[in-house]
Design a protein around this ligand. Structure first.
Ligand SMILES: [Zn+2]
Length: 390
C-alpha cells in the first residue's frame, strides 16, 4: 500500500534487490595509483538470490542442486561488503573435505575484518565440499575430486554439476580468489602460495602475502585456481600443513598472510609485520620412492638440502631391506610425506629447485611434467574411475 502510494507520487521505494541494474552501473573506479587497480572493482553485490548492502555482513547459502532436493545441505557463504571501493576477494576452504587448516584461516580473517572500514568486499566459503567434510574425506560422495572438475558443466557428472554451480553462482562474483589447501593424503606442505606468475595480476597478488614462499605453476587442469584464472579471475592457492588436522602455527601463518594481502590491496587498515622475505621458486621436483615399505624421513619441512643428501629411508618390514632416498637436486623441502607405509612410486618429497626467473620460461606452456605444480597430488586422484570430464 505504501509502495502503491509512493508509485503514484513517482517515488521509487523498490528494495534495491528487485530494482533493475542501475544504468551503466558505475562500479567505483580505482584510480591507477590504487594498490588494487589491477583487480576488477566491486559493483552491487548480488549473489545467491540476495543483495548485500555496503557496510554489512551477510550469511548466504549455496546449494549445489545435485543432492536429493529434500536433503540438500546448504553451504554457508559469508559476504562482507565494505563501505569503500575495492575488489571482491574470495576465500575458499575445504574444496578437499579433509583439509581443515583453511577453514580456520577463513573464520579468523572474516572475524578480524571491520566491515565499516573495509574497502571492497570479501566473500568467504569456509567449507566448499561440505559433504566430504562431514565424512572426513577429500572427495565428493561419488569419490571424485571436486578440484579436477572446474569450471564444470550443468549437464555432466555429479562432480561436474557441483563445480559448475559453485563456479557460476559464487566464483564469478570474485575479482580475485585465494583457494586454501593443505598437503594431500598424508603429506604436509610448507605454507606457500602457488601461482601462475606469467599472469601480471596473479604475480601482483603473490607479492602481498608477507614472508611466504611462492611456487610458480599453472595448476592442475580443471582445478578451481586454474579455471578461475582462465575465466579472467586472478587466483592463487595457499597451501599450509597437512590434512585431517588443525595446526595452530600453519593457521596463524595463513591468516596473517591473507590479512597482509588485504592490507596490501588497500582494503583493510590492520597492518601485520613479518621478518625477512621468503623466496620465489620457479621450479620444483617431486622425489618418488622406488621401493615399498615404511618411510622414515631424515629431513624436515622447509629444510634446505644439497644434491646427494639423504632425505629418508624406506624399510621393508618383513625382509628388513633398507632403501635410502637421496636428493636428486639441491633446493628446499616445500612439501613432504609424513612417516608412513609407502608403495613404489609414492611422491615423498617436493623440492623447490630454482629461484631463478629463467625457470619460468622453461615451464611456459607446459604444466604436466613433474617439475610443475600439476603433480601436486594427482598421483592419488581417482580420475580413472570417472567418465570423461564434461
Ligand atoms: Zn587440497
Amino acid at each position: 500500500m505504501i509502495w502503491f502510494a509512493a508509485a503514484l507520487l513517482g517515488i521509487s521505494l523498490l528494495p534495491s534487490a528487485f530494482a533493475a541494474d542501475p544504468p551503466a552501473a558505475a562500479p567505483p573506479e580505482a584510480d591507477a595509483a590504487s594498490p588494487s587497480a589491477a583487480f576488477k572493482q566491486k559493483g552491487r553485490l548480488r549473489l545467491l538470490g540476495a543483495e548485500v548492502a555496503p557496510g554489512t555482513r551477510k550469511r548466504l547459502n549455496w546449494t549445489s542442486g545435485t543432492p536429493i532436493e529434500g536433503f540438500a545441505v546448504p553451504v554457508p557463504v559469508i559476504v562482507l561488503n565494505g563501505t569503500g571501493p575495492g575488489p571482491v576477494i574470495c576465500l575458499t576452504g575445504a574444496v578437499h573435505g579433509d583439509e581443515l587448516n583453511g577453514i580456520e584461516v577463513i573464520r579468523r580473517v572474516l572475524d578480524d575484518i571491520q566491515v565499516d572500514e573495509l574497502n571492497g568486499a570479501v566473500i568467504g566459503v569456509p567449507i566448499v565440499n561440505l559433504q566430504g567434510f562431514y565424512r572426513g574425506t577429500r572427495y565428493l560422495p561419488d569419490r571424485r575430486d571436486l578440484n579436477r572438475y572446474f569450471p564444470g558443466n550443468a549437464k555432466g557428472s555429479a562432480a561436474t554439476r557441483t563445480a559448475y554451480s559453485f563456479f557460476t553462482e559464487v566464483i564469478r562474483h570474485c575479482s580475485a580468489l585465494i583457494d586454501l589447501h593443505t598437503g594431500s593424503l598424508n603429506r604436509t606442505n610448507l605454507p606457500q602460495v602457488r601461482a601462475d606468475l606469467r599472469t601480471p595480476a596473479v604475480a601482483r597478488m603473490t607479492q602481498g602475502f608477507g614472508a611466504t614462499v611462492v611456487l610458480h605453476g599453472a595448476g592442475d587442469a580443471h582445478s578451481l585456481r586454474r579455471a578461475a584464472n582462465e575465466a579472467g579471475i586472478p587466483s592463487v592457492t595457499f597451501e599450509m600443513g597437512e590434512p585431517m588436522r588443525v595446526q595452530p602455527e600453519q593457521v596463524e601463518h595463513g591468516a596473517k598472510a591473507v590479512e597482509t594481502l588485504l592490507y596490501s590491496l588497500g582494503m583493510t587498515k590492520q597492518r601485520r609485520y613479518w621478518g625477512d622475505p621468503e623466496a620465489v621458486y620457479y621450479a620444483s621436483k617431486w622425489v618418488r620412492v622406488d621401493h615399498g615399505g615404511i618411510l622414515f624421513s631424515d629431513v624436515a619441512l622447509g629444510e634446505r638440502v644439497s644434491e646427494g643428501e639423504l632425505l629418508g629411508v624406506v624399510t621393508d618390514p618383513i625382509s628388513n631391506q633398507q632403501h635410502r632416498i637421496y636428493a636428486p637436486k639441491s633446493g628446499r623441502i616445500l612439501g613432504m610425506a609424513l612417516n608412513q607405509v609407502v608403495l613404489p612410486g609414492f611422491a615423498a618429497y617436493r623440492i623447490g629447485t630454482s629461484t631463478s626467473k629463467a625457470g619460468i620460461q622453461k615451464d611456459a606452456g607446459s604444466s604436466d611434467d613433474e617439475t610443475s605444480d600439476s603433480s601436486d597430488d594427482e598421483e592419488e586422484a581417482p580420475a580413472a574411475e570417472g567418465p570423461p570430464r564434461g
